[in-house]
Design a binder for this molecule. Structure first.
Ligand code: GLN
Length: 303
């Protein structure tokens, strides 16, 4: 596969979309990001890494951290976590409260904010420090020990935490929080505020393309659990646009409001694309288009 040629062609074809959409501004520290940036990287299971555009520029990973947190929770505790969080697509916005009351404080899936807060809570209980556990995993799998948390973003999220706090308190009222809400929020924002490049995220996501095998050859997850993380990414990774993402891209993918999307092609490669302009559902406009182009050009898809 001529990855470099494919990525160059994709960058040219989505050029007109870069800068369109809206940069996330409900987190004030993210609102000043230059929208005219675009990068894409592919890391293949044999160790080749290619990229074009701003593929080495670090950005705020936000919800792209969620599959890594889920993988850690499954690695620590196995399928027991499904007692506290579901695995159904939500069909509602990533930060929606509406289903929580109907479903007695059990969020639909681990990739909307409510579900991610449950996973963070679980990791606080099992590791003592969920934010650091996720950061350590990202550093180890990307091979980049310099990856760090953007404290301005973390503080900005903490200062504007009303909605996430409401989600956490509602779940606590149903007995679905093991740790104090402020502790869970702080750990969750810490994990969201990690800054990484497309290069680092694609490389870090490789264990999802390698049936759970980590960069050092050890195993984080069984092949079966890895398949399950990928399936939840496919059905829930882009919130209320997951159906459209599966239709257009046809891969497990996880987006974040920083404009990044991680996608996985099992046994082939992991991809990361980044462009800060978001559509109404919080997914990168140029990013989704670029992944759609990738699967069209290569013919690779889980279907
Ligand atoms: N930190 C963001 C939030 O909790 C993550 C949301 C996202 O990336 N979709 O609102």
């Amino acid at each position: 596969m001529d990855y470099q040629g494919v990525l160059t062609e994709i960058a040219a074809s989505v050029k007109g979309l870069v800068g369109s959409g809206q940069v996330a501004d409900y987190i004030p520290a993210l609102s000043s990001v230059d929208p005219d940036q675009f990068g894409i990287a592919v890391a293949d299971v044999h160790g080749e890494v290619h990229g074009v555009g701003d593929w080495q520029v670090p950005f705020s990973v936000q919800s792209v951290s969620k599959p890594f947190a889920l993988a850690l929770a499954l690695a620590h505790s196995g399928e027991g976590i499904w007692r506290r969080v579901g695995r159904e697509p939500s069909g509602t916005a990533f930060n929606s409260l509406v289903q929580l009351e109907h479903e007695h404080g059990v969020p639909r899936n681990p990739f909307i904010n409510a579900g991610a807060l449950v996973i963070t809570d679980h990791l606080v209980t099992t590791t003592g420090d969920a934010g650091t556990a996720v950061l350590d995993l990202l550093r180890a799998e990307s091979g980049n020990p310099h990856i760090s948390v953007d404290e301005d973003v973390a503080i900005s999220e903490l200062a504007n935490a009303d909605r996430n706090a409401a989600l956490a308190h509602l779940m606590a009222s149903y007995g679905n929080m093991e740790n104090p809400v402020p502790v869970v929020l702080e750990n969750y924002f810490w994990q969201c505020a990690v800054r990484m490049s497309c290069r680092d995220l694609a490389t870090a996501g490789l264990f999802l393309a390698r049936e759970g095998v980590r960069a050092d050859g050890s195993r984080l997850l069984s092949g079966s659990l890895t398949k399950r993380v990928n399936s939840v990414m496919l059905t829930c990774g882009t919130y209320d646009a997951a159906g459209d993402f599966a239709y257009r891209v046809g891969l497990p993918g996880k987006s974040g409001v920083g404009g990044g999307i991680l996608a996985v092609i099992p046994n082939r490669c992991a991809l990361c694309v980044w462009s800060p302009g978001l559509d109404a559902r919080g997914n990168s406009v140029a990013g989704v288009a670029a992944l759609e182009e990738f699967t069209t050009l290569t013919g690779w898809s889980v279907f």
